[in-house]
Design a protein around this ligand. Structure first.
Ligand code: FAD
Length: 454
């Protein structure tokens, strides 16, 4: 029989339950990727991720060719195209990873109905995009955890599953497909200059290098903005070039506090995924409303977006985001707090901007981290406001991070770079760096009043 493996957020051969099950079910397998018009219509096919995706698909095709197969690529509505290919190849079963977004849920329902109407079967595999499947661990009587610590306890106690080898051979039947799309075909024009190359091979190379040379110091350095000492594996995880189970399993083999702290971050990833899977509406609606009446000010938003707020660590982060399609977790927290709390703009606006630029842009991680920072999500301290000057001094104590990304301030030595307004007037006037967009004390008072905290 023929089986079809529909790739979605699992663009890999190693430890891929979808591909493995298809190879077991059929003597021939159609490895299918559909350039989904629905994803583009939802505005999710941003240039940076399209560029990365092109690398992933080329690499997946190469990996399949090395095993006697190839990637079958189609373009259009994912459900219609999958059904067409299944019919053309007479595939009995279609295998796909369970997703967590509302879009993925609907895709699954539509696929199931359309395939069954045609006498075929959909097999959904959970725990492909996460280590622990959403809903697998839950508090008594509830469908998901809303607090991380008890989630993490349960998540850590799950019996470890074995990491699967890639298939040795993939025999693909005759079916029509398109050439593997280039970055330009996928709409990557205007992508950021400093993007990493997508693909499983590159992801595995980076993972190995990270576990050998980086993870040991993760516990002490992960919050240090200038050290840039995190794994940078997020885009590989988002596209599924790496199996999160394999990443965790290999990291656990490294017995250091750094590896432990790193595994905890991967549990955060699972945590947000299980929240979104249970509450797909949290992608757009407040998980917990604080009855915010968000402010709107196009000038302020533009200054934030472009990195001209006059708060150096905020501007450094926003400019890094524009240049690399990535910025550090601490930097993301600082700029999110600045937009949602200091300026009190709607977190959805910030989240949308992030999704337009982040190469790792991920609905679960992005929307729920934004909600966390806005205090509308699962944060247990929803009214905490990060002061960008304090954060800058603490997490970029030497000021190197700011100088790297804000050239106007490159000549200001030491931590003084975090408060350019305190520099002597003569120095200050030569900098061509903006005055602070808002007064922090006034902004804090405004936020506290808006939330009824005083
Ligand atoms: P590392 O520090 O090396 O962490 C290892 C992995 O753990 C990451 O690759 C990621 O998969 C996971 N991880 C780490 N921190 C978090 C976290 N807070 N939540 C969930 N998973 C985490 N991450 C995304 O992958 N996509 C997003 O769209 C995204 N948007 C964010 C928006 C905001 C406002 C904030 C505060 C955080 C966001 N994050 C997002 C989480 C985090 O910032 C990134 O995963 C991390 O910076 C990626 O860099 P890294 O791979 O070097 O991380």
């Amino acid at each position: 029989p023929v089986a079809l493996a529909l790739f979605t957020s699992d663009l890999r051969l190693h430890d891929n339950p979808v591909l493995r099950a298809a190879v077991r079910a059929g003597d021939r397998v159609v490895p299918l990727f559909v350039v989904d018009s629905g994803v583009a219509a939802a505005g999710f096919a941003a240039p940076n991720r399209s560029a990365f995706l092109a690398g992933c698909l080329a690499d997946l095709d190469e990996g399949l060719r090395a095993r006697g197969g190839r990637l079958v690529v189609r373009r259009g509505d994912v459900v219609e195209e999958t059904c067409r290919v299944a019919a053309a190849a007479d595939a009995v079963e279609v295998h796909v990873a369970g997703g967590v977004s509302g879009y993925a849920h609907r895709r699954e329902e539509r696929l199931r109905a359309a395939l069954e109407a045609d006498g075929r079967r959909l097999r959904v595999h959970d725990a492909v995009v996460t280590v622990v499947a959403p809903g697998e661990v839950a508090p008594a009587g509830k469908d998901h955890f809303a607090v991380f610590t008890p989630y993490f306890r349960r998540w850590s106690a799950e019996p470890p599953r074995a990491v699967a080898d890639p298939p040795r051979r993939v025999d693909v039947p005759e079916v029509d497909g398109l050439p593997v799309p280039s970055a330009a075909d996928l709409g990557a024009d205007g992508a950021a200059p400093g993007l990493p190359r997508g693909g499983e091979r590159e992801g595995r190379r980076r993972l190995t290098a990270w576990l050998r040379n980086g993870v040991d110091r993760y516990a002490e350095l992960h919050d240090d903005l200038a050290a840039d000492a995190t794994s940078r594996l997020s885009a590989y995880l988002h596209f599924g070039c790496l199996s999160p189970l394999e990443v965790v399993t290999r990291a656990r083999g490294n017995d250091s506090p750094g590896a432990e702290a790193f595994v905890r971050q991967l549990a955060w990833r699972d945590f947000h995924h299980q929240v979104l899977a249970a509450r797909p509406r949290a992608a757009a609606a407040d998980y917990r409303t604080r009855h915010d009446r968000w402010r709107r000010d196009a000038g302020e938003f533009d200054a934030w977006r472009a990195g001209y707020t006059g708060y150096p660590v905020v501007d450094a982060a926003m400019r890094q985001l524009a240049h690399e399609g990535w910025t550090h977790n601490r930097a993301r927290m600082i700029v999110a707090s600045f937009l949602a709390k200091t300026l009190h703009h709607d977190w959805r606006e910030g989240a949308r901007h992030f999704l337009r630029h982040l190469v790792d842009g991920d609905l679960a991680n992005n929307q729920l981290n934004w909600q966390w920072m806005a205090g509308t999500g699962t944060d247990t301290r929803p009214n905490r406001v990060l002061n960008p000057v304090v954060q800058g001094r603490r997490f970029d104590p030497g000021g190197d991070y700011v100088r790297r990304w804000v050239p106007e301030l490159a000549g200001v030595p030491g931590p003084a770079v975090h408060e350019p307004w305190k520099l002597p007037a003569a120095v200050r006037s030569g900098l061509r760096y903006p005055e602070p967009l808002v007064d922090l004390a006034e902004a804090l008072a405004r936020f506290r009043a808006a939330r009824g905290l005083d």
